[in-house]
Design a protein around this ligand. Structure first.
Ligand code: SF4
Ligand code: SF4
Length: 465
C-alpha cells in the first residue's frame, strides 16, 4: 500500500485542518492536520481498518503500482475527454480595430500601419452564424452563448453590424457576453441586459491617474471616468460586470486604492459585480511569472481579509475563472465538469470567428497564419490537421503531465505560453499552478464555511465540532 501519486494536500491557513483532493477520483475531504501528517508519512498503524478502507476507496492510498495508477489516470482522462469533445464554444470578433493604445496589448502587432485591421460586415455575420450551426451539427451539443471579443468589439462604429448579429443571434437562441474596454458601451445601451448582452468583462488598472497612464484613447485622453459611468449604467440595466485588474509589480498598491473606490461606488455590494486580479505576464519566464503570481495571490488575500468582515465574503478573486468553476464543481461533486484533461477551450472545443474571415481555436493566435484552423467566410472549411494539433494538446499527450497530480485541473497549461517559453507546443507549462490551485481551494472553502456546512465529505471519520 502506498500514498497515491495524485493526492493533493491543501492546508487551511489559521485552522488545524487540511483539505485532501484526489486529482483523478475527484474526491475532496476535510481532515485534521494530524491526519494529513500521518498520511504523508504513511503511518498506516495510526489509522483504523475502516479509515484505511475509506481512503483506498477514495483514491488517497492505493495498492496499484505507480505505472498502474498512471494507466488508470489515462483511461479515465480518455473517457472524460470523449464526453467533453462533443461540445463547442464560440467566440466572435467583429473587428480587430481598437480605439485604445494600451502598451501591453498582445494584439498590437495586428494594428501596425502595414496591417489594416479588418472588421466584418453583415454578410460575414450571416456566414459566421451558418458556420456555428454547422459546427453544432457536426460535433453535437447545443451552444447558446457567444462571447464577443476584439479588437474592441463594442466600438460605436460597429453598431450596425452588431445590431444585425444581436437580432439574428437572439432569434436563433443565442445570448451574448463581451470582453470590452467599456469606453463606448453607452452606444449599446438598448442591447444591454438580460436576454441580449448579459455580461461584460471590463478592465480598470488602477485609480484614475494610474489607469489613464496605461489605457488611453488614441487622442491621448484618459478613459477612467467614461468607463466608470458605463459600468454604473450597465449594472443598473442588469448586466453582470466582471471587472479585471491587470496587476504588475508597480501597480499593486494602486489596486488596493482601486478596490477602495469600488467600495465607495457601491459596486462591491452589488450582486451583478465581481472583480478579479490578473498578473501581467512578464518577460522573465516561468520563474518570474510565478513570483508575480505569488505576490498577487498575497495581495488578493490581504484585500479580502480587510473587506470580509463587512461583506461576509471575498470581494476580489484571482484570475482563473475556469479553475474556480472546476473547484466549485468539485465541491458540488459534479465531477464531469470538474475534471478535464484540457487547460482551456483552445485545446478542447473553442472556435474563434475572427474579422479576417478565418477560424482559430485560440484568440492569441488571431492574425497568425499557422494558428488558423479553417475559415467561415465565404463558407465553412476546416483544416483538420491544424485543428487536431490544437485540440490534441492536453495532459494525456504530454508525458510529464500524465504523472502530475494536477493532470485534470491544470491539464498541461497554456499551449501558446509553452511554445513561447519552451519552444515546444506539446510541453508542460506549469506556471505556478500548484500555488494557484491551493489559493482557489482555500478561497472556495472559506466561502463554503461562510455558508455553513455545504457539502464537504465527512466520511473519513473526522468531525469538525
Ligand atoms: S491556449 Fe493559452 S492563450 Fe490561447 S486561449 Fe488557451 S490559455 Fe488563452
Ligand atoms: S503543466 Fe505542469 S502543473 Fe500542469 S499538468 Fe502539466 S506538469 Fe502538471
Amino acid at each position: 500500500m502506498r500514498l497515491s501519486s495524485y493526492i493533493i494536500f491543501v492546508p487551511l491557513e489559521d485552522r488545524d485542518e487540511t483539505i485532501l483532493v484526489h486529482g483523478i477520483s475527484g474526491a475532496v475531504d476535510r481532515v485534521s492536520n494530524e491526519w494529513a501528517r500521518n498520511l504523508r508519512m504513511t503511518r498506516w498503524d495510526r489509522f483504523s481498518e475502516q479509515d484505511l478502507e475509506d481512503m483506498l476507496r477514495r483514491g488517497y492510498i492505493t495498492r496499484k503500482t505507480v505505472e498502474e495508477e498512471r494507466e488508470l489516470a489515462i483511461r479515465i482522462g480518455r473517457a472524460l475527454r470523449a464526453k467533453a469533445v462533443r461540445s463547442s464554444s464560440f467566440i466572435f470578433m467583429p473587428t480587430l480595430k481598437c480605439n485604445l493604445g494600451c502598451d501591453y496589448c498582445f494584439q498590437n502587432f495586428l494594428r501596425t500601419e502595414a496591417n489594416a485591421a479588418p472588421s466584418v460586415d453583415t454578410r460575414m455575420v450571416d456566414a459566421a452564424l451558418r458556420a456555428m450551426a454547422a459546427l453544432q451539427e457536426l460535433r453535437g451539443g447545443r451552444v447558446n452563448r457567444i462571447l464577443l471579443f476584439g479588437g474592441e468589439p463594442l466600438l460605436a462604429a460597429n453598431r450596425p453590424v452588431l445590431a444585425h448579429l444581436f437580432g439574428k443571434g437572439t432569434d436563433l437562441g443565442y445570448r451574448f457576453d463581451a470582453v470590452t474596454n467599456g469606453t463606448e458601451l453607452h452606444h449599446y445601451r438598448d442591447y444591454l441586459g438580460p436576454g441580449i448582452l448579459e455580461s461584460v468583462q471590463i478592465t480598470l488598472d488602477g485609480p484614475q491617474e494610474v489607469h489613464d497612464r496605461q489605457r488611453w484613447a488614441r487622442d491621448g485622453q484618459g478613459t477612467y471616468w467614461q468607463i466608470k459611468q458605463n459600468i454604473d449604467m450597465a449594472l443598473a440595466l442588469g448586466v453582470h460586470i466582471s471587472l479585471r485588474m491587470n496587476v504588475g509589480w508597480e501597480t499593486r498598491d494602486a489596486i488596493r486604492e482601486l478596490v477602495a473606490e469600488f467600495d465607495r461606488y457601491g459596486w462591491l455590494g452589488h450582486r451583478g459585480f465581481s472583480a478579479y486580479c490578473a498578473p501581467i505576464r512578464g518577460k522573465g519566464g516561468q520563474a518570474e511569472s510565478t513570483r508575480l503570481q505569488r505576490a498577487v495571490i498575497q495581495l488578493v488575500n490581504e484585500i479580502n481579509a480587510a473587506y470580509r468582515p463587512r461583506y461576509g465574503r471575498a470581494v476580489v478573486a484571482m484570475a482563473g475563472g475556469t479553475l474556480r468553476m472546476k473547484i466549485a464543481s468539485l465541491l458540488r461533486e459534479n465531477l464531469l465538469s470538474a475534471l478535464t484533461p484540457a487547460y482551456c477551450g483552445a485545446h478542447l472545443n473553442m472556435f474563434v470567428f475572427a474579422a479576417d474571415g478565418a477560424i482559430y481555436t485560440c484568440w492569441e493566435g488571431v492574425g497568425i497564419p499557422s494558428a488558423r484552423v479553417g475559415r467561415f467566410w465565404p463558407d465553412l472549411e476546416l483544416d483538420e490537421e491544424s485543428l487536431n494539433r490544437w485540440f490534441e494538446r492536453h495532459s494525456l499527450n504530454i508525458p510529464a503531465c500524465q504523472r502530475c497530480r494536477y493532470m485534470f485541473f491544470c491539464s498541461g497549461g497554456c499551449g501558446i505560453h509553452a511554445l513561447e517559453h519552451n519552444e515546444d507546443f506539446y510541453s508542460p507549462y506549469c506556471d505556478g499552478f500548484a500555488e494557484l490551485f491551493r489559493h482557489h481551494v482555500q478561497q472556495a472553502i472559506a466561502q463554503l464555511t461562510d455558508l455553513d456546512d455545504t457539502p464537504i465529505h465527512h466520511e473519513l471519520g473526522y468531525v469538525t465540532e
